[in-house]
Unconditional design. Structure first.
Lengths: 289, 171
């Protein structure tokens, strides 16, 4: 349970980080919080030749809140989003989802952008990036570019980013008007990986009738997906909408795997239950926004 | 930018400046135990699940098996050996969480105890001392640590008791 030998660099600028990544080649790995990477190293599921620790790179630790959304730097720890009132006002899913990320000791160290770049389908923030229609900024020696969430996640623990590159921030668009959100997980122990989790948004018109209902799930499927459940509840009143019908629809749309902790059928059941619960809560919240 | 396989780091451990040379792959948990000979920090699962190795880095609880020793260069680390406080007469008094663990019988074999103590001390010190602790807060504080002996009832009791002691101190 010790990492295999590797070389270590802790550059003090982004250019320096990119140049080390370029010279060390494909088997170099970027580390921010390390809360997912170090277990992989200790279990020797990964053995990069070089770790490029970006913790000393300046300018990556900011949460920038604008009217259009929240930009989260690569060194912002989960705890930094959990208690960020400004970010929560623009996009409430950030604090709500972060509260479900592991335990305080992990949240103090682990970064939101790192967990997105890690692309674990049981991670909360990957689904939140998808549900909010977000993107990441990828810096390479040739320059920086935005990559939409849908083009970023390729498979479990796999993204479209290869070669010398650092994900320097993630952008979560603001929540639209008359829209509410909810986030809930079922886990075997508090703070443990979710057996199943759901993040949802519900948008209402000015007569409090549903115009949109969308969901993204945790620990369900290989990559984050957004499911449009609007057809099950469109035009219905926020107070009396048939959320169970939306839950039933969701169960037909997902394709969960079974594992030691839950069968695929049980996960599908949880998708229905969590969808019904969270949509009802999000609709109530939407009426007050 | 040079890539190194060994580094000399300076760390303030329990208030004492220490310097040691470590291979870069050395986990903080191992550096504390092997290089600095502070064996109070226990190593359980070594992949971030059990919480036994929790220490404070710049006052924040972190799992020392999920941090490289080189990453705490220039930082302050507090281990369970540094939890008791100076009594002002050349001795030490137990931290309220240590007192509470003793009074509530919150340990049996004691292996997980250092991690619980560090997590709980930081969690309770960070909370608003003007309010009584809630069950949710207790679950949030102890939820990341595993104990295979006690069944948690007495650990949670100790958490509530320590919270009370710390509230009294604050008033």
């Amino acid at each position: 349970m010790k990492p295999a030998p590797f070389g270590y660099a802790d550059p003090t600028s982004l250019d320096e980080a990119l140049s080390v990544l370029e010279s060390e080649g494909e088997s170099a790995k970027v580390m921010a919080g390390g809360q997912s990477l170090l277990p992989l190293l200790s279990m020797r599921l990964a053995s990069p030749t070089t770790l490029v620790d970006i913790n000393r790179v300046p300018g990556l630790d900011a949460v920038v809140v604008g009217d259009d959304g929240v930009r989260v730097g690569a060194l912002v720890r989960h705890v930094g989003l959990l208690h960020h009132a400004g970010a929560a006002a623009v996009q409430p899913l950030l604090a709500r989802a972060t509260a479900n990320v592991a335990h305080p000791a992990i949240r103090n160290r682990g970064t939101t952008v790192g967990s997105i770049a890690h692309a674990d389908p049981s991670g909360e923030m990957t689904s939140v990036l998808a549900l909010t229609g977000g993107s990441v900024t990828v810096a390479t020696p040739a320059g920086s570019s935005a990559v939409d969430w849908a083009d970023f996640f390729i498979g479990p623990l796999e993204t479209s980013v290869h070669g010398p590159a650092v994900v320097i921030d993630a952008f979560f668009p603001a929540l639209p008007a008359r829209t509410g959100t909810a986030f809930e997980e079922i886990s075997r122990r508090k703070g443990d990986y979710a057996v199943c989790g759901a993040g949802v948004t519900v948008t209402l018109d000015h007569d409090s009738r549903v115009t949109s209902a969308r969901a993204s799930y945790i620990s369900v499927g290989l990559v984050p997906e957004v499911h449009d459940l609007t057809e099950a509840v469109v035009g219905q009143s926020a107070d009396t909408a048939d959320w169970a019908a939306a839950g039933a629809l969701a169960r037909t749309l997902v394709d969960p795997d079974g594992d030691l902790h839950a069968s695929a059928d049980y996960r599908r059941l949880l998708v229905g239950v969590l969808t019904e619960r969270t949509l009802a809560r999000a609709a109530q919240e939407a009426q007050n926004r | 930018m040079s890539v190194s396989t060994e580094r000399t780091i300076s760390v303030t451990v329990n208030g004492v400046p220490r310097e040691t040379t470590v291979p870069v792959r050395r986990l903080l948990s191992d550096a504390l135990r092997h290089d600095l000979e502070l064996t109070g920090t226990h190593v359980g699962c070594e992949h971030g699940v059990c919480g036994a190795c929790t220490v404070l880095v710049d006052g924040q609880p972190v799992r020392s098996c999920l941090v490289l020793a080189v990453q705490v260069d220039g930082k302050a680390v507090t281990t369970v050996e540094g939890l008791a406080r100076d009594d002002g007469r050349g001795g030490e008094v137990l931290h309220p969480v240590q007192t509470a663990f003793r009074e509530c019988h919150a340990l049996q074999c004691g292996f997980c105890t250092p991690g619980f103590l560090m997590t709980m001390a930081a969690g309770l010190e960070a909370r608003d001392q003007s309010t009584e602790i809630t069950e949710d807060e207790v679950d949030e504080i102890v939820g990341g640590n595993l104990c295979r002996c006690t069944g948690y009832a007495n650990i949670k009791k100790a958490c509530r008791h320590a919270a009370g002691l710390m509230r009294e101190e604050a008033q």
